[in-house]
Write a protein that binds this ligand. Structure first.
Ligand SMILES: [Zn+2]
Length: 226
């Protein structure tokens, strides 16, 4: 029984109770002096035994499959949100793993990279990086090497892709500075699936060597699995 009473508002509250992300996110934005205690700093060094590097350093706030608002249990978060400590255009974003980078003509703040899945060789997966632009849509923070229309350009792990921003799309409500990073499954022909549905994504935890799924309510800052 998900909703005892209160209709949709009750459902939102119940969803929020299934996450431990809201309090530290509020703390991050309301108490800047406390930020250091929330930050995961890897400096592009993968966790022991993990294939991917953390693509950006910062506070790993919203987790994979997280139902915290604005998400709900019916529409959970598809990746991880890494909140960088800096200004828009300052916090670097790196390729998590070797692969072929694509940026569609219409993508202002987003790139995607195709990989041979290091945990399941022979399977194609994609890593997705977004919000790399200024809030007002005036300036993209994606590296100039990857203009709109880039298709299948080889990049190695640690390649600079751009910088964290606050852009969430034309007319979207403002967001705090962060990188949204997710791992997207492929269609039978290898094309990436719709990233906005969690069922089309993978838990990044085994790729990063970190507990970044909401399951288990990991404490922040998140560290490498021991
Ligand atoms: Zn996100």
């Amino acid at each position: 029984m998900l909703v005892v009473g209160g209709g949709y508002a009750g459902f939102r509250l119940y969803s929020a109770s299934q996450s431990n992300s809201i309090a530290p996110i509020q703390q991050w934005f309301s108490d800047v002096a406390s930020r250091r205690a929330l930050i995961t700093m890897r400096n592009q060094v993968a966790c022991p035994g993990a294939p991917f590097i953390l693509p950006s350093d910062g506070f790993i706030g919203l987790l994979w499959n997280d139902p915290a608002g604005p998400y709900t249990l019916l529409n959970t978060h598809t990746g991880v949100d890494i909140f960088g400590d800096g200004e828009p255009g300052e916090v670097p974003v790196y390729a998590a793993y070797d692969g072929y980078l694509t940026r569609l003509d219409s993508w202002f703040s987003t790139v995607i990279i195709r990989h041979d899945d290091p945990l399941q060789p022979g399977r194609i997966i994609w890593t997705y990086y977004t919000h790399m632009a200024a809030r007002d849509g005036e300036e993209s923070f994606i590296a100039p090497e990857f203009p709109p229309g880039t298709h299948g350009v080889w990049v190695t792990q640690g390649t600079l892709l751009g910088y964290q921003g606050e852009y969430a799309g034309e007319g979207a409500r403002p967001i705090g500075l962060h990188l949204h990073f997710s791992i997207v499954q492929s269609e039978p022909d290898g094309a990436f699936k719709n990233e906005s549905r969690v069922a089309n994504t993978l838990d990044p935890s085994p790729y990063l060597g970190m507990p970044v799924a909401i399951t288990g309510f990991p404490e922040r800052p998140i560290n490498c699995e021991s």
